[in-house]
Design a protein around this ligand. Sequence first.
Ligand SMILES: NC(=O)c1ccc[n+]([C@@H]2O[C@H](COP(=O)([O-])OP(=O)(O)OC[C@H]3O[C@@H](n4cnc5c(N)ncnc54)[C@H](O)[C@@H]3O)[C@@H](O)[C@H]2O)c1
Length: 267
Amino acid sequence: MRLANKIALITGGARGIGEATAKAFAAEGAHVIITDINDQQGNEVVSSLAERSEYLHLDVSKPEDWQRVHASILAKYGRIDILVNNAGITGFLETSGPHDPEHLDLVSWQKVNSVNIDGVVLGCQVAIKLMKKSTAASIVNISSRSGIVGIPAAAAYAASKAAVRNHTKTVALYCAEKGYPIRCNSIHPGAILTPMWDAMLGEGEARIAAIKAVASDIPLGTMGTPEDVAYAALYLASNESKYVTGIELNIDGGILAGSAAAPTQEM
Ligand SMILES: NC(=O)c1ccc[n+]([C@@H]2O[C@H](COP(=O)([O-])OP(=O)(O)OC[C@H]3O[C@@H](n4cnc5c(N)ncnc54)[C@H](O)[C@@H]3O)[C@@H](O)[C@H]2O)c1
């Protein structure tokens, strides 16, 4: 019961990393408010958690949706203790692209940024208001390894995730300066096998081969699971991390630990 008596809001909680995080939080005693734009899948996750959770529709890129969710939580609970800003898109399916720096389409760039960074900025703003009445609150922003390195085919995704990385530190310092009981940290997943990868992996035999190819570039030799990220979010959400704010936690099988161009004895 590492999250006993805590109220947690998770964005993009209908599947993938958000769903795994919701389940991990509920198992540790939190009341979980799952939000998403996929109402059917979001409600299915809630059904699997029974009385420990509820579902609210929330498009993170829309200020009016955040205002509605804020009002609803304020009326019902008066506070939240945990926010996981998890909702995010690559833009590969959701926009027409392209996304490389030479040819990128501005409307597609703006769509990715509106979800990935505007969504996190709005989430932090609402959370700060709702967390002042908490005794120990935590914001966990899901950035990416792509927020730390460049991604030639996904300029908007990489830039938006870099912005999440930096805004996390601004929020962490702001809350500390103000004396608010709110910590803020970022998680940087890499190569986690979720539906987000479906468009890139293909189907059937091709999918199996593509997963093998991705895994061959990962030091630990395998793609990660949504639970690998959920456990990191659980630590940052719980009071066990009470002295931790403004950090970035990589969950990437070692991808960011070094470059493939490392010197060897033969050189
Ligand atoms: N899977 C990975 O390898 C990986 C790596 C690095 C970072 N991430 C990040 O982790 C987070 C979760 O990714 P995932 O792999 O579980 O993805 P996913 O596509 O499986 O799930 C994302 C969820 O977000 C929801 N969503 C999309 N747009 C939304 C919006 N405007 N408002 C609210 N919800 C919205 C979707 O409906 C979906 O339920 C994302 O921020 C992603 O960028 C994932």
